[in-house]
Design a protein around this ligand. Structure first.
Ligand SMILES: *[C@@H]1O[C@H](CO)[C@@H](O)[C@H](O)[C@H]1NC(C)=O
Ligand SMILES: *[C@@H]1O[C@H](CO)[C@@H](O)[C@H](O)[C@H]1NC(C)=O
Length: 329
């Protein structure tokens, strides 16, 4: 009898606890007229970490533009130093898999009807891979800054005393297409040199797959990209770090010849759903002044205002940004 009562008490306590945990979220997100902003996830770039001052400032700005936004910085490790190391070294299949698992298991993100996403530099193509491979919860707006959607055709130099970078780049002795390099050096997995196109198609551990460039196309990738509300690509006008810089707009560059995305087979045959997305007005090519990742707060504020916020607030919100009226929110 005593044991029985004890168990009943535990069961009741347990259900109260789970009600307390889930109820506010259910209420917050199930009501169409609710103005709670969608959560935002951020994926940092090469050589950065999830817990730096810069990343914290970005999270603050998201919150300032849409108060009440929950922000989560994607990380490969709770240690900032190890997270930074993972931006250089690791197999991207595992990196994307970890981001998918962490987001799907997150108590707040997993109960949201959708999330918004910010990708800085390589974090942009990684978040696109999240959309294509997992998308649980689904992304509404994907905004990328200086990302390498069409890969890089040359590797950048490391700063002289950036030993993690130099250690990582030392993996690149000889053949960029070897399994050793493709499973360990992160930038090699989005290396795409038009002069070595066949090796790329055969050996690329990441980009050739997420860009659906191989003969057999992944229909789910296409479906998921087409389902986005907005895919916003910022290119830095004077980018000298990303080679070629037009990769940030998904353009193809062979030598000096630039083929805009809308003229590429990837688009005209719609391997990735980009054409379908464009037809519904969801594809944006935007320019940012300056060199790679020279971001101003004004520009970030504009992007967050245009594409983030509550679920029912009409996003896209067209270029140029419309003024919000009192009562809009
Ligand atoms: C990367 O990891 C995946 C999953 O563990 C594995 O299937 C793949 O072969 C690895 N890539 C390389 C180039 O080793
Ligand atoms: C790029 O241009 C080079 C030189 O003209 C040519 O050999 C190569 O086939 C081109 N690659 C692609 C992918 O068009």
């Amino acid at each position: 009898m005593a044991i029985r009562n004890h168990l009943t008490a535990l069961v009741i306590a347990g259900s109260l606890l789970s009600a307390a945990l889930t109820k506010p979220l259910d209420v917050r997100f199930s009501d169409d007229t609710d103005d709670t902003p969608l959560p935002v996830v951020i994926w940092h770039g090469l050589g950065d970490a999830y817990d730096t001052d810069g990343m914290r400032r970005v999270a603050e700005l998201v919150e300032e533009v849409n108060p009440g936004t929950f922000v989560y910085a994607i990380r490969m490790d709770e240690s900032g130093a190890r997270d930074r190391y993972a931006s250089f070294i690791g197999n991207l299949t595992n990196h994307i898999g970890k981001a998918c698992a962490d987001i799907a298991a997150h108590p707040i993100l997993s109960t949201a009807p959708a999330i918004d996403a910010i990708g800085f530099s390589q974090g942009g193509q990684f978040l696109r891979a999240y959309v294509e491979r997992c998308n649980n919860p689904p992304v509404r707006s994907l905004v990328t800054f200086g990302s390498q959607h069409n890969g890089i055709s040359a590797f950048r130099d490391c700063a002289p005393n950036d030993w993690v970078c130099r250690f990582a780049m030392a993996i690149l002795t000889g053949d960029a297409w070897s399994p050793t390099v493709q499973s360990r050096l992160v930038p090699a997995q989005y290396y795409r040199n038009p002069n070595e196109f066949n090796q790329y198609l055969e050996h690329s551990n990441f980009l050739a797959d997420i860009n659906n460039e191989r003969v057999v196309k992944n229909e789910q990738y296409k479906k998921n990209i087409a389902q986005l509300e907005s895919f916003v690509m910022y290119m830095f006008e004077d980018d000298k770090t990303v080679i070629p810089k037009e990769s940030s707009w998904f353009h193809d560059v062979n030598g000096t010849e630039v083929t805009p995305l809308r003229q590429r087979r990837l688009y005209t045959e719609d391997w990735l759903g980009l054409r379908e997305l464009d037809k519904k007005g969801g594809l944006y090519f935007r320019t940012a002044p300056g060199e790679h990742m020279e971001l101003s707060e004004e520009l970030l504020v504009e992007a967050f205002g245009d594409f983030f916020g509550p679920l029912n607030r009409h996003a896209g919100r067209s270029d140029p940004r419309p003024r919000l009226q009192a009562g809009d929110l």
